[in-house]
Design a protein around this ligand. Structure first.
Ligand code: XIL
Length: 369
C-alpha cells in the first residue's frame, strides 16, 4: 500500500512536489496552515509574546504559517498569578491580540498542571484542601478568555504509570482531592466556559515499549471512564514529543490508539510536536533528515485519523526549543563542535526552514485528492 506521502507525490508529480518543497516565505507559496486547511485541519505553534515582540522574523513566520497559537507559558497558573492575588494578563492579552490581528485561533494551555502551579497555591491546597482555590483560578481565567479561546487543556499530564496510583500521577491535586480531581476539573471548566471544548493533554503515547504501552492503556481507560460517567470531555491533546532514541514509530501501535480515542467521539489535537535528538554527532544535514523522517513517519500515521483536527509544534524555531542536550546523549564536541541547539522544530535557529518544514507540508498535502 502507498503511504500518504507516496500517494500525494504520485498525484502531484514532479512539479507539485517541487511546489511543496519551495521556500515558505514566498507570498505565492502555501503556508503550513494553508496546506493543513485543505483537509479541514489547523497548523499551529507554541509561542511567547516576549519572543514575538523581540523578533521580526519569528513574527513573520508565526503570522504566515500558523492558523492557531498556543501560549507556551502565559496561561499557566504560575504565569497568571505567580504571587497570590497579583494577576498578570499582559502577555496573554498580547498573544491573543497578535492572533486576532492575524486571523488565528488560540489554544488554551493549560488550566491545571502541577508543574506550573505556583508554590503558594500548592501550599494552600495542601493546608486547606479546598477546591475553591482551583475553581477561583478557573473562574478568573475562563471568565476572561473562555469565550475567545475555544479549546482548553483542562488537566495537563494526569498519567503516570510508573510512580502513580492506578496509573494516575500522584500530584498535589490527586493527593488532596483523590482521583476524582480530573472529573471535578472538567466539570468546573464546563461551568465557567459552557461553550469551550475541554481536553486532557498528555505525553509518551507514541513508541513501542512497555512504559508507553501502559500509558496508552491507562489513558484510554481514564478517558472511557470519564465519558462513561458523562463527565464533560470533548477531546484529547497528544503532545507528541517525538524522540529519536525510542526506536521506530509503528502504525500498528499508534493507529489503533488514535482510533480508540476517535471511537469514543473525542477530537484529537497533536499539541506539542517536536523531536528530541539523541545522537548529535552527525552533520546538521543528517540530523535534519533524521528529524524530518521521524515527523513524516508520525504524521503519515496520525493524519490518516480523521479525528485529528490539528497539529501544533512546540515552537517554530530551534532557537527557542525547550529541548536540551541531556546526560547520555551522544555528543562529540571535539570533532563536530557545539551541537546545540536540538534541531527538532521546523525552522533552524536562524529562522531558515528545514526538512522538517517540508515534512509537515508534505504530510498535510497527503490528504489532497
Ligand atoms: C514547557 C515550556 O516549553 C517551557 O518554556 C516552560 O519552562 C516549561 O513548560 N509539556 C507541556 C508544556 O505540557 O507546557 C511544557 O512546556 C513542555 C512539556
Amino acid at each position: 500500500m502507498l503511504t500518504r506521502r507516496e500517494f500525494a507525490a504520485s498525484l502531484l508529480g514532479v512539479a507539485g512536489a517541487a511546489l511543496l518543497a519551495a521556500a515558505p516565505s514566498r507570498a505565492d507559496t502555501p503556508s503550513l496552515n494553508d496546506l493543513a486547511r485543505r483537509s479541514g485541519r489547523v497548523f499551529g505553534a507554541a509561542m511567547r509574546a516576549d519572543q514575538l515582540a523581540a523578533e521580526p522574523a519569528l513574527r513573520k513566520a508565526a503570522a504566515a504559517e500558523c492558523g492557531m497559537l498556543t501560549p507556551e507559558i502565559h496561561l499557566k497558573w504560575n504565569s497568571i498569578e505567580n504571587r497570590k492575588g497579583s494577576i498578570w494578563y499582559e502577555p496573554v492579552d498580547q498573544l491573543v491580540a497578535f492572533a486576532a490581528r492575524n486571523g488565528q485561533k488560540v489554544y488554551g494551555h493549560a488550566l491545571l498542571w502541577e508543574q506550573s502551579t505556583p508554590d503558594w497555591a500548592l501550599r494552600e491546597l495542601k493546608a486547606r484542601r479546598n477546591w475553591r482555590l482551583v475553581s477561583d483560578h478557573f473562574e478568573r481565567v475562563l471568565g476572561r478568555y473562555g469565550e475567545t479561546i475555544e479549546v482548553w487543556d483542562v488537566v495537563n499530564e494526569p498519567i503516570d504509570t510508573q510512580g502513580g496510583r492506578q496509573g494516575l500521577r500522584r500530584n498535589t491535586f490527586h493527593r488532596v482531592f483523590g482521583p476524582g480531581y480530573i472529573a471535578h476539573a472538567l466539570e468546573t471548566a464546563r461551568h465557567y466556559a459552557p461553550r469551550a471544548r475541554l481536553m486532557l493533554n498528555d505525553y509518551s503515547f507514541e513508541y513501542d515499549n512497555h512504559v508507553e504501552a501502559d500509558r496508552r492503556k491507562t489513558f484510554l481507560r481514564l478517558v472511557a471512564d470519564l465519558k462513561g460517567r458523562g463527565v464533560p470531555l470533548d477531546g484529547v491533546g497528544l503532545q507528541a514529543h517525538l524522540d529519536l532514541g525510542k526506536g521506530p514509530l509503528k502504525r500498528p501501535v499508534i493507529a489503533p490508539f488514535m482510533q480508540a480515542l476517535a471511537d469514543m467521539g473525542l477530537e484529537i489535537y497533536i499539541t506539542e510536536l517536536d523531536v528530541k535528538e539523541r545522537d548529535y554527532r552527525a552533520t546538521p544535514q543528517t540530523r535534519d533528515a533524521r528529524v524530518a523522517d521521524e515527523v513524516a513517519r508520525y504524521l503519515d500515521i496520525a493524519l490518516d485519523q480523521k479525528a485529528v483536527k490539528g497539529v501544533t509544534t512546540w515552537g517554530l524555531s530551534d532557537r527557542h526549543s525547550w529541548l536540551r542536550i541531556e546526560r547520555g546523549d551522544r555528543v562529540d564536541r571535539k570533532r563536530y563542535g557545539n551541537p546545540a541547539p536540538n534541531r527538532g522544530l521546523p525552522y533552524d535557529a536562524a529562522m531558515q526552514p528545514k526538512p522538517m518544514h517540508q515534512a509537515l507540508a508534505q504530510a498535510f498535502s497527503g490528504g489532497l485528492t
